[in-house]
Design a protein around this ligand. Structure first.
Ligand SMILES: Cc1cc2nc3c(=O)[nH]c(=O)nc-3n(C[C@H](O)[C@H](O)[C@H](O)COP(=O)(O)O)c2cc1C
Length: 354
């Protein structure tokens, strides 16, 4: 089991990033450079996901991963959702688009599981929950390495007991959605990645992958020293030419008008970290916990904003380290970070010798 992660010549995993960011070209470039590239199955149909798997296989014969969202709670506060809808109507009018239907869905869960069973992808990771032990066992039987993303020791225990091969430990520094099993406010009190890694290590002894705010070779060395077997980087790859992030999103990461990041439910109804823009400031405290309802409700708005070149209304997901994101081919990022991590670790060993 541990072998899967140890076959990587560089302990770097490119985070799955839904919404068109994780392209087959990005995943393949990272895997070809010795890291582990990831596709994002979220928000796609099962058949679109199957096509992307085939596309990566055309570009690399190295292992790669695919991430799937576990369906969550259907029940939401309908009144709060309606109030939020009424508030957003003025934005919809301004952009001349309708608000989407605020509906629950399971993101094509069963059909995606079927694709995973048929395609036998080397690594499968889950976010927003833990699949049943039967599902995990079936994936392991066909040879997939199964990772569950966790944000607390409680979730870590559940995932380990369900049979996960490894856990992706997501710290609150992370860009994009908080991976927590439930749509709670826990993120607002959660501890930093380095603290979380030790809290989780106390309760489980399977391999841990660290993610959240990791941008630099010294960050990678830090999480390896903290006991992780690999570092998963998302924001660090956002500006790569292979990344499918919208150009406005790429540019916002280096635009001084965006001063910081924050966690908000304003865009999707689930806590997610992004650059602080007008939409986030105006609506953060009005958005109820309702995912994916609010994702569907705001999607036309966000698309219209992108078409109108207005980054102030887009979800500009970014981790706390976003200022260090580089416009550089993904393979080069992996190779450079890989070499420099070795140097840093060598330096650390040297310190101990003296
Ligand atoms: C644009 C974007 C999209 C993301 N989409 C997903 C996703 O589909 N599935 C997932 O498990 N995590 C997703 N994440 C979270 C990453 O897996 C990872 O936890 C995060 O990027 C780590 O923090 P960093 O961005 O500071 O490196 C996304 C992150 C970003 C920035």
């Amino acid at each position: 089991v541990r072998k899967m992660l140890h076959t990587l010549s560089v302990p770097i995993i490119q985070a799955p990033m839904a919404g068109g960011v994780s392209t087959p070209a990005l995943a393949a470039a990272v895997s070809n450079a010795g890291g582990l590239g990831f596709l994002a199955g979220g928000y796609k149909t099962a058949e679109e996901m199957r096509k992307e798997i085939a596309a990566v296989r055309e570009l690399t014969d190295k292992p790669f991963g695919i991430n799937v969202f576990v369906p969550g709670e259907e029940d939401v506060d309908e009144k709060a959702l309606l109030r939020y809808r009424q508030v957003l109507e003025k934005e919809a009018e301004r952009f001349g688009v309708p608000l989407g239907e605020a509906k629950w869905d399971d993101d094509d869960w069963e059909a995606k599981l079927t694709v995973l069973y048929e395609e036998k992808v080397p690594v499968v990771s889950f976010t927003f929950g833990c699949p049943s032990s039967d599902i995990i066992a079936k994936l392991k039987d066909i040879g997939s390495f199964v990772i569950v993303t966790v944000t607390s020791p409680e979730e870590a225990l559940i995932a380990a007991q369900a049979g996960a091969d490894a856990l992706c430990v997501q710290g609150p520094e992370a860009g994009g959605h908080r991976a927590s099993f439930r749509n709670t406010d826990a993120v607002y009190e959660s501890v930093s990645l380095l603290v979380l890694l030790q809290q989780i290590r106390e309760v489980v002894d399977i391999p841990l992958i660290a993610t959240g705010g990791i941008m630099h070779e010294r960050d990678i060395a830090a999480v390896l020293a903290a006991g992780a077997c690999a570092a998963q980087l998302g924001t660090a790859f956002l500006r790569c030419p292979e990344s499918g992030a919208n150009l406005l999103h790429k540019n916002a990461l280096v635009d001084p008008q965006f001063q910081t990041t924050a966690v908000t439910r304003a865009f999707t109804g689930r806590p997610a970290r992004g650059l602080v823009n007008r939409f986030l400031i105006e609506y953060d405290n009005l958005a109820p916990a309702a995912y994916p309802h609010i994702h569907h409700m705001t999607k036309h708005l966000r698309k219209a904003a992108a078409q109108a070149n207005d980054p102030q209304m887009m979800s500009l997901w970014a981790g706390q380290g976003y200022r260090l994101a580089k416009d550089m081919p993904a393979g080069e990022i992996v190779r450079r970070l890989g070499e420099k991590v070795k140097e840093v670790i060598g330096e650390m060993m040297g310190c101990c010798d003296e």
